[in-house]
Design a protein around this ligand. Structure first.
Ligand code: 5GP
Length: 127
């Protein structure tokens, strides 16, 4: 049975996508802890990050690095990284644009219009 995140990659579940390449995919977390909270995932579905083959791990971390700089540029905030993985058994890295009011596990309530506005701001377009 494919994970929720594989269904998102395949377009079976909608998401606010900001980036995709041949090995990785990134979209807004549906329960954001800060504005721009993004999940970066490998297309290769494994539970834990350290189960990824090196090539997929390197691709994932390369996207994490690239999008962290991108988020910082777009939002003017340092990007924090968080790896938990206890809710969804498909490896992922949380990117959290830092906000001093941020508290781990406390979610913002955003409307679909607000999500879409953030998605448009953060959509990665290679220069
Ligand atoms: P973790 O497994 O790292 O504890 O948390 C998984 C994260 O995935 C949570 O922050 C949760 O809000 C997010 N998440 C779970 N299901 C969905 C979904 O269907 N769409 C999106 N965009 N995020 C999800």
């Amino acid at each position: 049975m494919p994970s929720i995140f594989t269904k998102i990659i395949n377009g079976e579940i909608p998401c606010y996508k900001i980036y995709e390449d041949d090995k990785t995919f990134a979209f807004l977390d549906i329960n954001p802890e800060t504005k721009g909270h993004t999940l970066v995932i490998p297309k290769n579905e494994v539970d834990k990050i350290y189960e990824l083959p090196d090539e997929d791990y390197e691709a994932l971390m390369s996207t994490v690095k690239k999008l962290s700089k991108h988020l910082e540029k777009k939002l003017g905030a340092r990007t924090l990284w968080k790896v938990i993985g206890t809710d969804v058994p498909h490896a992922h890295v949380h990117l959290l644009p830092y906000d001093e009011t941020w508290e781990h596990g406390r979610n913002l309530k955003l409307t679909p219009e607000e999500f879409e506005e953030i998605r448009q701001t953060l959509e990665y377009k290679p220069e």
